[in-house]
Design a protein around this ligand. Structure first.
Ligand SMILES: [Zn+2]
Length: 245
């Protein structure tokens, strides 16, 4: 008798699909696609996904998921793969051989607010398909938010084949002392041709901490609700905002 986590197969397939497409297509951000980066990314995703165990005495048996649930799982896994890519990839690692990449606040034992990564997805409000090639801005007090380092872009252009995923990692903000509670108010702003302008406001509570090398936590993620873009004028029509539940 054997126990399998069927998520392993699903995750490894998705990682392979995305890394293979990075090798074939444009790889704007120069992600490393070596085997170690593939396995590190798969581990990153598996550690953040609920396992689905089955018992089998004849190897892997495929569980039949409802089509919708399966698509949801696929999309969520794709989001995590892209998040993992940014965090564990050889070419994107924040700490490389004892040195922090430029433009980061060096660990100097002073208090800072470490802002979590902000992750979301953008869809068409008409057919609910994920969108790509959309420019997304993360703003605070009406200005673009500085990113943690040069690996992160703001504005961010949603890439093709990423299931509409975008992510930001704001630069840490200096604090007066540690253990200060502050609420950071942000907005995601999208003003792209063919769609009505979208502003999504949200708040992230953060507690300040002393900036040491070990305090560069990469485990905190602030997940936004799914966002939808509509053609101009459509948002005024009641029958279009009647989402199915
Ligand atoms: Zn690599």
């Amino acid at each position: 008798m054997e126990i399998h986590n069927t998520k392993e197969e699903i995750v490894i397939n998705k990682v392979t699909e995305i890394f293979d497409s990075l090798e074939k297509d444009e790889n704007w951000e120069n992600f490393c696609t070596c085997d170690q980066c593939r396995m590190d990314t798969a581990s990153y995703v598996l550690n953040r996904t609920a396992p689905r165990y089955i018992v089998s005495n004849r190897g892997v048996v495929h569980t039949e998921l409802e089509v919708h649930e399966r698509q949801q799982t696929d999309a969520d896994i794709a989001v995590l793969v892209y998040e993992g890519l940014r965090r564990v990839n050889h070419n994107q690692r924040l700490v490389s051989h004892g040195g922090y990449k430029t433009d980061n606040i060096p660990p100097d034992n002073r208090p800072v607010f470490n802002i979590p990564t902000v992750v979301g997805r953008i869809f068409s409000g008409i057919n609910f398909a994920p969108l790509s090639n959309i420019k997304i801005e993360l703003c605070r007090n009406g200005e673009l938010v500085a990113m943690k380092n040069l690996n992160w872009q703001n504005p961010y252009i949603v890439a093709a084949n990423t299931e509409g995923t975008f992510s930001f990692w704001p630069k840490p903000v200096r604090a007066e002392s540690s253990q200060c509670h502050r609420i950071f108010e942000y907005s995601v702003h999208i003003n792209t041709p063919g769609y009505a302008e979208l502003n999504h406001f949200f708040k992230i509570p953060v507690i300040s901490e002393i900036q040491t090398a070990g305090s560069f936590s990469i485990d905190r993620t602030f997940k936004l609700p799914d966002l939808y873009l509509f053609p101009p004028g459509v948002e005024d029509r009641d029958d279009f905002i009647d989402f199915p539940d």
